[in-house]
Design a protein around this ligand. Sequence first.
Ligand code: FES
Length: 78
Amino acid sequence: MPDLTLDGRALHVAAGTSVAAALALGGDGSSRTSVSGQRRAPLCGMGVCQECRVTIDGQRRLACQTLCRDGMHVETRP
Ligand code: FES
């Protein structure tokens, strides 16, 4: 049962939860902000659209292709 932070807020999720699912469980579901300032969210769920890019422990990752781990820090805002 991983404990992580999402934009600085503590979040507890079930084992096997993807970061994309955690975005929906612990926030508004959005993953990033586009260059025009619009919030974006996971779309395809299978690693194709790239809309789910987030920063995890300082590295850009696809939320739909990453499982939550204990101690992970997920950021959706610059
Ligand atoms: S939701 Fe499309 S790449 Fe992750």
